[in-house]
Design a protein around this ligand. Structure first.
Ligand code: ADP
Ligand code: MG
Length: 236
């Protein structure tokens, strides 16, 4: 059985989907078997960031017991496997999030890494996402409001028995008003695993539907994400 890591935050829009998509591709480029699971059931958009079109069967259909898991697994960029979510509200209504747990037992057997893209907040679907990963990586921006929300997420994850590995600081600008790495480590009591800079190439890549680490591998954000992938893959 491989590692299953959930990428969560308190606050929305911190960069979870961007991190999961690009880290997954980077790990696949290192030769790892990777599955990306879009557990943001109400606002699924992982497949869009990866530029995947034509997805007839999604996680939602599996959660609604209307399709088999194997039919909701697609091959994405660099050979990364993706279990996308459905985009329509119709699908969201039918899906049963409770089923994610039993599904995860199956998915966990299928790869070296399962990266789970979680919804923001601490509603039922967010807590479910925290529950299905064995490990947690918090994705946050270096500002106090995002950090306090992240602390709640971390505490809930620990209560559920999910191990917090550390923090990804995203959209770092090094302005004076930003909290420092040390301050954030002191508040969250976990190490900062990566600092991804604010990088206009992130938005450009997602508009093209090509993961940044493929479209522009030497951009500052891509380099930071590849370093994180190397760390997780045990490559120095
Ligand atoms: P979440 O999944 O946490 O809601 P996303 O990954 O969708 O967050 O990112 C939210 C927005 O921020 C997107 O428009 C994305 O392109 C942008 N973004 C994410 N990371 C960066 C970055 N390092 N630099 C610039 N823009 C970024
Ligand atoms: Mg997202």
């Amino acid at each position: 059985e491989g590692r299953s890591i959930v990428f969560a935050s308190g606050k929305g829009g911190t960069g979870k989907t961007t991190t999961v998509a690009n880290l997954g591709v980077a790990l696949a480029q290192f030769g790892k078997e990777v599955i990306l699971l879009d557990a943001d059931l109400t606002m699924a958009n992982l497949s869009l960031v990866l530029g995947m079109e034509d997805i007839p069967i999604t996680l939602h259909d599996v959660l609604a017991r209307e399709a088999d898991l194997k039919d909701a697994i697609y091959e994405g960029p660099a050979g990364v496997k993706v279990i996308p979510g459905g985009l329509s509200l119709e699908k969201v209504k039918k899906a049963k999030p409770e089923r994610l747990r039993e599904l995860m037992r199956e998915i966990g057997q299928m790869a070296d890494f399962v990266l789970i893209d979680a919804p923001a907040g601490l509603e039922m679907t967010s807590v479910t996402a925290l529950l299905i990963g064995k490990e947690l990586i918090i994705v946050t921006n270096p500002e106090i409001s995002a950090i306090t929300d992240s602390l709640k997420t971390k505490l809930i994850a620990e209560k559920l028995g999910t191990l917090p590995l550390g923090v990804v600081l995203n959209r770092v600008t090094n302005e004076k008003t930003e909290l420092s790495k040390e301050e954030i480590e002191a508040i969250l009591e976990v190490p900062v695993l990566a600092m991804i800079p604010e990088d206009p190439e992130v938005k450009r890549a997602s508009a093209y539907g090509i993961p940044l680490v493929i479209k522009n591998p030497t951009s500052p954000a891509a380099i930071a994400i590849k370093q994180l992938a190397a760390k997780l893959a045990g490559i120095k």
